[in-house]
Design a protein around this ligand. Structure first.
Ligand code: ARG
Length: 562
C-alpha cells in the first residue's frame, strides 16, 4: 500500500542508507512517463564514490522488484519505478473504504505520551487574533498525534499570575459596578486600561495594586476569590471561541498552578551551585552559551515567567512521563525557551532533549499589524464573526437553495481562518487578507470544503454506493493521479507529526482536492457503462473520505452540503 515505504525498504540493504532517509529522498516525478516514483542516485555518489548513472544502473541490476511494481528503469542518474496501477488502485480503494474515518490513523505512537502546550492565553486580556497560530497549529498537532496512536495531553498554560491581577482587583474595587463573574473579557480589559490611566494621575494606586497582589500571594480569601472569578469569567468566554474552532484541552493548569512548585527548583539551583546571587537577584549565568542570564528570583523576591516554566516542565515530566513535550509558542520567545531548556540541562534533566519549542511566525492583517486602526487588539472572535458573515453572503450567492446556510457558513468561515495559518510552514509570517482566505477557487479551506461537499453530492445523487467494483478500470490519468494523492495521505500524517508541521497534511489534502476536481471535470463519474460507473463512484467515495479525514485532523469540519 505505502509504495514509498515498500521501495525504501527494498533499496535500503542495497545502498546502506536507512529507510526513513530513503523515504525522504524518493520523489514523485511530475511527468508520469518518467515513472510513478523516482530515486535520485546523485545523493549516493558521495558515499558510493561513483557517478549517479553508474549507481542507477547498478541498483537496477541488483534490485528485486517489490510487489505492486511492474518495472524499474535507470535514466540519467535516476532510478524510475512504475507501479502496477490496477493492483495499487485496488489496495488503496479497499483500504480507504474499509478504514473509513480511521484512514490515515495508525498505532505507531504505541500509547506513548505527547504533551502539547498551545494557545496559552492570558486571563483578563483579549483573546486576540495573534493567538490564532498557536491555537490552530497546536490543535492540529494534538489531533495528528492522537491519530497516530499517541496518548495526547493538550495543555493551556494560562497566563493567570502576575502583578497585573493586583491592578485588576484595585480597579474592580474602585469602579466595579456588578458582580465580577458578570464581566466580559472586554469589560475586564476596560478596567485594566482605566487603572493605567488613573494611575498616571494618582501613583498611589500602584501601591494599592501591589498590596492586593501580595494578598493574592498570601491566600487572602477576598483577593483570592476575586482573582478566581476573573479567571472563571475569562475561561467561560474563551471556551465559546475554542468550541467554534474545534479546540479542547486536557489541562488548564496555568502559571499560578506552579506557585507552590517553584521553591524546590529554586533550592536545587542554589544547592547545586547552578545559580548565583547577582545584585540581590538569583540568576543562572548563561554567558558561556552566549545568552543573557536566566533570572530565577528577582531582587524583590518575586519569581518570574522562566521560574514557572522550569517548575511546569518538571511537573509535567513527573505527572505525565511524556516522551515529548511540545511548546507551540511564537518565535519571539525563542530566547526564553533556549534559556530555560539550558537551565533544565544544567540541572541534569536529561529529558529536556524531548522538549521542543514548536515556534511560528507572525500573523498580521493586510495593511496593518494584528491591531485595529485605533491601536486596539483585534479580537479573534471578531475575525471569526467577520469570516462567517462574509462566507454567508458568498454561500447565498453560490447556493441559494441550500437549507442550512448558517451552519455551513460557520464551518467554512471558521475553517478559512484556521487554514490561513495551517497551509504554510509554521515559521513563515502570514499576512492575512480577506480576498485570499475566502477565495473559493484558491488554495483555501473553502475550496477544499467545497470539493468535499461536491463529492458528497455526487454520491448522494448516485444513490446507493456500489458494493463491488473493479479498480483496474481506473486507468485514465486523472483517476491514477487521484488515487496516488489519496494513497499519499497516511504518510503525510506521519511526516506532519515528525516535523511538527500541520501544513504537510494541509498540502496533502489540497493535492487530493485538486486531483479530485480534475477527475470530476475530465471523467464522467456517472458513466453509462455500469462497471466504470461503479469504479469511479468508489474512487469518489475514497476521495470524500480522505478529504474529510484530512480536514478533521486540521481541526476543520467538513460539511456535506454547501
Ligand atoms: N501566555 C504567554 C503569552 O501570551 C504564552 C505562554 C507560552 N508558554 C510557556 N510555557 N511559556 O505570551
Amino acid at each position: 500500500m505505502d509504495s514509498v515505504k515498500t521501495l525504501a525498504s527494498a533499496l535500503a540493504p542495497l545502498c546502506g542508507i536507512d529507510e526513513p532517509t530513503l523515504m525522504d529522498w524518493i520523489e514523485v516525478p511530475k511527468n508520469t512517463e518518467m515513472g510513478d516514483y523516482a530515486f535520485p542516485c546523485f545523493r549516493l555518489s558521495k558515499t558510493m564514490r561513483k557517478a549517479p548513472n553508474a549507481i542507477a544502473a547498478e541498483l537496477e541490476a541488483a534490485l528485486t522488484l517489490p510487489a505492486g511494481f511492474t518495472r524499474c528503469e535507470a535514466v540519467g542518474g535516476y532510478l524510475n519505478f512504475f507501479t502496477d496501477k490496477g493492483a495499487v488502485a485496488d489496495t488503496v480503494l479497499r483500504r480507504v473504504l474499509k478504514e473509513g474515518d480511521a484512514y490515515g490513523t495508525s498505532t505507531e505512537g504505541n500509547g506513548k505520551t505527547v504533551c502539547i502546550e498551545y494557545s496559552s492565553i492570558n486571563i483578563a486580556k483579549p483573546f486576540g487574533f495573534h493567538h490564532l497560530p498557536s491555537t490552530a497549529i497546536g490543535n492540529a498537532l494534538y489531533r495528528i498525534y492522537k491519530a497516530l496512536g499517541y496518548n495526547t495531553v493538550g495543555i493551556n498554560h494560562l497566563g493567570d499570575w502576575g502583578t497585573q491581577f493586583g491592578k485588576m482587583i484595585t480597579a474592580y474595587k474602585l469602579w466595579g459596578d456588578k458582580p465580577v463573574d458578570d464581566y466580559s473579557i472586554r469589560e475586564l480589559v476596560a478596567l485594566y486600561v482605566r487603572f493605567h490611566e488613573e494611575a498616571e494621575r494618582d501613583p498611589s494606586l500602584n501601591d494599592e495594586a501591589r498590596a492586593w497582589f501580595r494578598k493574592i500571594e498570601s491566600h487572602d480569601p477576598e483577593a483570592r476569590t476575586l482573582w478566581e472569578k476573573m479567571k472563571d469569567a475569562t475561561i467561560r468566554e474563551v471556551k465559546v471561541t475554542y468550541r467554534r474552532m474545534g479546540v479542547d484541552f486536557d489541562s488548564w493548569n496555568g502559571e499560578a498552578f506552579y506557585e507552590d512548585k517553584m521553591q524546590p527548583i529554586i533550592d536545587e539551583l542554589r544547592e547545586k551551585g547552578i545559580s548565583k546571587v547577582d545584585q540581590g537577584a538569583q540568576i543562572v549565568d548563561l554567558s558561556e552559551w552566549n545568552m543573557p542570564p536566566c533570572i530565577i528570583v528577582k531582587s524583590d523576591g518575586s519569581t518570574i515567567y522562566a521560574t514557572r516554566d522550569l517548575a511546569a516542565a518538571c511537573y509535567r515530566k513527573a505527572t505525565y512521563d511524556f516522551s515529548k513535550l511540545l511548546y507551540v509558542v511564537a518565535y519571539q520567545q525563542d530566547l526564553h525557551f533556549k534559556q530555560f531548556f539550558k537551565v533544565l540541562e544544567l540541572m541534569g534533566r536529561d529529558w529536556v532533549r524531548d522538549c521542543v519549542h514548536v515556534n511560528f511566525g507572525m500573523v498580521s492583517m493586510e495593511g496593518g499589524a494584528f491591531h485595529t486602526r485605533e491601536g486596539k487588539v483585534l479580537y479573534l472572535d471578531d475575525v471569526l464573526d467577520a469570516a462567517v458573515e462574509k462566507t454567508y453572503d458568498i454561500i447565498c450567492e453560490k447556493s441559494p437553495d441550500l437549507e442550512d446556510k448558517k451552519s455551513a457558513a460557520e464551518a467554512v468561515g471558521v475553517g478559512a481562518i484556521l487554514w490561513s495559518v495551517l497551509y504554510n510552514s509554521r515559521i513563515k509570517d502570514v499576512t492575512f487578507s480577506w480576498d485570499k482566505v475566502l477565495n473559493f477557487d484558491g488554495e483555501t479551506a473553502p475550496y477544499v470544503q467545497y470539493t468535499h461537499a461536491r463529492s458528497c453530492s455526487v454520491l448522494r445523487k448516485a444513490g446507493e454506493r456500489p458494493a463491488e467494483y473493479d479498480a483496474s478500470l481506473l486507468n485514465d490519468p486523472e483517476s491514477v493521479a487521484l488515487l496516488k494523492a489519496i494513497a499519499a495521505f497516511p504518510e503525510a500524517v506521519r511526516s506532519a507529526a515528525e516535523k511538527y508541521e500541520p501544513y504537510v497534511v494541509a498540502r496533502a489534502v489540497m493535492q487530493i482536492a485538486n486531483a479530485f476536481n480534475r477527475f470530476y471535470y475530465e471523467q464522467r463519474i456517472m458513466a453509462d457503462d455500469p462497471a466504470i460507473r461503479a469504479a469511479r463512484l468508489a474512487l469518489c467515495d475514497a476521495a470524500r473520505q480522505t478529504l474529510k479525514n484530512g480536514l478533521n485532523l486540521l481541526g476543520l469540519s467538513a460539511p456535506e452540503r454547501m
